[in-house]
Write a protein that binds this ligand. Structure first.
Ligand code: FAD
Length: 497
């Protein structure tokens, strides 16, 4: 069994260099996920000098940990947008998502990207008659999404009600982004991997980005980092960071379900699909979402996912396990656009679990803005918007939660621990004379001592025993056992103790 997403089965042939010399560019994009690379391609196609800086490897952030489903609907249901806003807003959200879906399809066709694209139906259902599917169905038809009731006798799950939405799609998201990156490179765009940006300084006529080996000066910068980097309180207080898990499995029989299955089983949502790679089938299941850094036992979440799958399928073996992060915006719409009114920096965040499509949409909106074209969806997703009434309920909920983590976890004592008794590949927060220490013991029995205080806003990190990382419960920064940033808003790693 591999502790990585199934998409990494497909080998990557492309590697990009690390940035070693100072450079200038028109546009610098931080982050090589679907958002950054799709934007880079649209800019490179217009002949705009573009540089992508990726901290790790292209596509291996959240994009490479996703489920690879492409749909015009949204995670929270169509009614959630109609209820918070109105039917017109919902129509615009759906229209904008359809535009992004066309972009993805066209890219795959034009560049012949080998990413296992398949047209598929999406099934939205529950087992306990709790969803208001009549309303979902009515809204879907009103905004131009064809839908029918699931009546199939051979439907793979026993359900109480469900809807089918035809003509949605599935891909291998990592292969798609790597395919796009190749085209960026072919068009003269520059891509650097293992080049993490550690500081962003905006001056009057340029933005200076620092990476460990060289600096880059750009006229404009796009933060395609899933969540904005550094201290950006107006965004981080309106984004709820959530973690969920994925597993892939081989079945004892050939009952691999075909389609996108979004089911509420006893009120808990799971996303299920299958994937065929080199003639071999795999079942994929994603679920068990919780706030980042707010579970005492991440591993139990993955094990629960495995138990769930075993209840419904005859599993031969689990082949892959992984986790991924989502940022939920308080007013339910992503933030795409200029960071502040006169800023030279742009952001794209708050995609919930719908970001393969929203990330592609962000690419359309941001590239239009940089090229100087008016995009009809600019105002809908405008990043520096102010919608206090739309934000209020979720804002209060998320920030009370953060406040309790900030103060509560700091006051809570660490453990008093006999280091000899600590298991290998585990982390613990312990009390010491000078305060608390985050300790990690590696396979060979060596220890790493770090400050448990997240450099972003000072919350105390927690050990994630499934993914071997230190996770911040406030705004979702995650650090590897050596203290290096994996993801989230923090630009700096955990301090050594
Ligand atoms: C389990 C799971 C399943 C999902 N399934 C779906 C799905 O089926 N369909 C769907 O539409 N959406 C899905 N999503 C959501 C979707 O995957 C994300 O919203 C989307 O991939 C975000 O893309 P991105 O490019 O903005 O971010 P990422 O893919 O995370 O890319 C950001 C990149 O920025 C880099 N970076 C960060 N900081 C720095 C720095 N300081 N310097 C340089 N680089 C940096 C990271 O290394 C990373 O590669 C899912 C999410 C999860 C967690």
């Amino acid at each position: 069994m591999k502790n990585q997403s199934i998409w990494k089965l497909k080998p990557t042939n492309q590697k990009y260099p690390t940035l070693k010399d100072d450079i200038h560019t028109e546009v610098a994009i931080i982050g090589g996920g679907i958002t950054g690379i799709s934007t880079a391609l649209l800019l490179a196609q217009q002949g705009i000098e573009t540089v992508v800086l990726e901290a790790r490897e292209i596509g291996k952030g959240t994009t490479g940990n996703s489920t690879g489903n492409l749909y015009s609907l949204i995670e929270s249901g169509l009614s959630s947008i109609e209820e918070k806003y109105d039917l017109t807003t919902l129509q615009r959200v759906v229209d904008s998502r359809k535009k992004a879906l066309s972009l993805i399809k066209n890219n795959i066709e034009n560049f012949q990207i080998d990413c296992d694209y398949n047209n598929r139906s999406m099934f939205y259902f529950d087992t306990d008659n709790n969803l208001n599917l009549n309303k979902e169905r009515k809204l879907a038809l009103e905004v131009g999404i064809t839908t029918t009731l699931i009546k199939d006798e051979n439907f793979p799950f026993r359900i109480s009600q469900g809807l089918e939405f035809e003509n949605q799609a599935q891909i291998n998201p990592l292969a798609y982004v790597q395919g796009l990156a190749k085209e960026v490179h072919n068009l003269g765009g520059k891509i650097y991997e293992n080049s993490n940006v550690t500081s962003i300084v905006e001056e009057k006529d340029q933005v200076i980005l620092t990476t460990p080996k060289a600096n880059i000066r750009a006229k404009k910068v796009i933060q395609a980092t899933h969540t904005p980097k550094g201290l950006q309180i107006q965004y981080h207080t309106t984004l709820g960071p959530y973690r969920e898990y994925g597993i892939a499995a081989k079945l004892k029989n050939d009952n691999y379900p075909r389609g996108i299955f979004w089911g509420f089983f006893r009120n808990k949502k799971y996303s299920i699909r299958s994937y065929k790679f080199q003639g071999e089938n795999f079942l994929i299941c994603v679920g068990n979402m919780h706030k980042v850094g707010q579970t005492d036992d991440n591993l139990s979440q993955i094990l629960a996912l495995e138990s769930f799958v075993k209840e419904y399928f005859e599993i031969e073996k689990i082949t892959h396990r992984w986790g991924g992060q989502n940022y939920k915006p308080a007013d339910m719409l992503p933030y795409i656009g200029k960071k502040k009114n006169n800023s030279k920096q742009y952001i794209a965040t708050g995609f919930s679990t719908d970001g393969l499509v929203y990330g592609s949409l962000a690419a359309l909106i941001l590239s239009d803005e940089i090229i100087g074209r008016k995009n009809v969806f600019w105002n809908l997703y405008k990043a520096y918007r102010h919608r206090p009434l739309k934000v209020a309920k979720n804002f209060t909920k998320e920030n009370l939660n953060v406040a309790s983590k900030l103060i509560g976890d700091f006051l809570k004592s660490g453990q008093n621990l006999d280091l000899k008794k600590m298991m290998p590949e585990q982390g613990k927060i312990i009390n010491y004379k000078s305060g608390k220490i985050a300790i990690y013991k590696n396979k060979s029995g060596d220890f790493k001592f770090l400050s448990p205080i997240c450099p972003h806003m000072g919350c105390t990190v927690r050990w994630n025993n499934a993914e071997k990382s230190w996770d911040c419960p406030c705004h979702g920064s995650r650090f590897d056992p050596q203290g290096k940033v994996i993801e989230g808003p923090s630009l700096k790693g955990l301090k050594r103790k």
